[in-house]
Design a protein around this ligand. Structure first.
Ligand code: FES
Ligand code: FES
Length: 161
């Protein structure tokens, strides 16, 4: 029986520093969910095809299932748990998803919201077509797309105003 090689890594997630020991092959998604209990980030395909695992690293959206935990060391990671303010006030995108009823089962929602925050920040939420194009990496098996687009449009307007 071979023993596992563990490496120490430090991750800054949602403003908190975490130290953990993981195998070098452990993804950021598994580190978040299995090692740190941050299960808001969802595992859909685990192959970079659904967007359910979207988080931000240094403000950019990334797929946590295709990112090694070790690659996130020394960088700023934000997950869905870190989006609302400390006093519980929701981010404009979270509030818009609620107002527009932009989910059904909710499984894709954390990834949709993290992607939408970045999409707006990137300046890619200027029209419904643009929103659809730049949110295309986030799949919704429930087909809530019209409401998702409406929520992103609402939040983009609010952020700009
Ligand atoms: S779980 Fe990462 S893209 Fe599907
Ligand atoms: S709300 Fe169910 S997968 Fe999107």
């Amino acid at each position: 029986m071979t023993s596992k090689t563990l490496i120490p890594i430090q991750l800054q997630i949602n403003g908190h520093q975490h130290e953990l020991e993981v195998e070098p092959r452990v993804t950021l998604l598994d580190a978040l969910r299995d090692h740190l209990g941050l299960t808001g980030t969802k595992k859909g395909c685990d192959h970079g095809q659904c967007g359910a695992c979207t988080v931000h690293i240094d403000g950019q959206r990334v797929l946590a299932c295709l990112t090694l935990a070790a690659q996130a060391e020394g960088r700023v990671v934000t997950t869905i748990e870190g989006l609302a303010q400390a006093n519980g006030t929701l981010h404009a995108v979270q509030a818009a998803f609620l107002e527009q009823d932009a989910f059904q089962c909710g499984y894709c929602t954390p990834g949709q919201i993290m992607s939408a925050v970045a999409c707006i920040r990137e300046g890619h939420a200027g029209s419904d077509d643009e929103i659809r194009e730049y949110m295309a990496g986030n799949l919704c098996r429930c087909g809530a797309y019209p409401h998702i687009v409406a929520a992103v449009r609402q939040a983009a307007t609010e952020v700009a105003s």
